[in-house]
Every structure is written in C-alpha cells, then in structure tokens.
Design a protein around this ligand. Structure first.
Ligand code: ZN
Length: 76
C-alpha cells in the first residue's frame, strides 16, 4: 500500500471536514486548508487502530495454556 503512505504524508485528518485534507503547517500545529480547523495525523478510528497495532507489537506476556500431563500414569 505505497499509495497510502504517500497519501497520508501530505494529508491530515480534519474532524470538521470529516476527512483527510491537505493542510497548512505552522510551528507546532497543522490546520485544514479548507476550513482552518486544527487537523491531526489520524482520525479517531485510525488512531485507535494504530495504537492497538503498536500495543500488539510489544512483547506480550502471553501465557500459553500449558497442560503438562503430569501425574497421569496409566499402568504401563
Ligand atoms: Zn477542515
């Protein structure tokens, strides 16, 4: 999905326009080129998806459900 990264490089999410828009950058904020509202990198939804992805990449402590068959001795 190369086009997506290109796309998101020069677009940001404007919640007022409810979409990704071209934006104007100032020193620490970016503004929608269409309506002047502050824009953000991701939409709410994308941000959640993004953080979930990052969360999933952490080395998690996933416990495998180990079921050692100890103490099971059929008369052999
Ligand atoms: Zn806007």
């Amino acid at each position: 999905m190369d086009f997506l990264s290109d796309f998101q490089n020069d677009r940001k999410w404007c919640s007022a326009c409810d979409g990704y828009v071209s934006y104007l950058m100032s020193i620490d904020k970016s503004f929608c080129a269409q309506c002047g509202a502050e824009v953000r990198l991701f939409s709410e939804e994308d941000w959640i998806a993004f953080s979930e992805k990052m969360e999933a990449r952490k080395p998690g402590r996933r416990r495998k459900k180990a079921s050692p068959q100890k103490g099971r001795r059929d008369s052999a």
